[in-house]
Design a protein around this ligand. Sequence first.
Ligand SMILES: [Zn+2]
Length: 270
Amino acid sequence: MALIQKLISSDKYSLKCPYSMTPKGVCIHNTANDATASNEISYMQTNTNSTSFHIAVDDNEAILGIPLNRNAWHAGDGGSGEGNRYYIGVEICYSKSGGDKFTNAEKRASKEVAALLKQYGWTISNVKKHQDFSGKYCPHRTLDLGWQRFLNMIQGELDNINNTTEIYRVRKTWEDAASQIGAFSVFENAKACADANPGYSVFDSKGIKLYPLTITVGSKVKVIGTNYATGEIIPDWVKQNTYTVSQISDTKALLKEIASWVYLKDLVLA
Ligand SMILES: [Zn+2]
């Protein structure tokens, strides 16, 4: 999920987020009005009261307004309160009138919160409501619709994230499961393991061999390196496209469409 960053200027830190923070969880709010996430964030950042929160989510976007390593004043539990000092405040927009915009904002929020749980290694028990800290009936519409229902949405999104996390296995062959010497969630780490152990390859969870692959004349490739074989910098747009290898010489390949030589190590099969 894309969390758009529109961070508060540091000269507002003393008013809005004076303390550094190692977050312990997420605190959910409803805005109780019908403004967009962008308007919520800019209003929060520019007004002169201390009330603040980290993230606002509407039906279109989620915006980070205060860094996650600083506190925000959103939980109503005082200057040294657990919520105010250790929880990431997430505001769900459009709760005043509800309807589709709120439904979609809540759905987006469940994805963003799941991403935070994943990022910090948390579980659903790290998700609190404003009410837990101060007794205020917030997030009002989310509570009206059912708090457990919202937690279930987040759990579902977290399950999705966990199920789609690929595990890269390093083996001699896929069939020879006993030869496995490592399993990695980061492809580059699996590749390094295979490089350090001649005869080993990297496979995805379906058994497709991902590395090393042989590039030959006629292969469709993408460019991942930073320099052409001539030393010139490869512009970013070149890396967007797929090319055909028309010739291989030693450690280099000639890419037909751009008539350029690129080192084989800087190519991957498309
Ligand atoms: Zn609240």
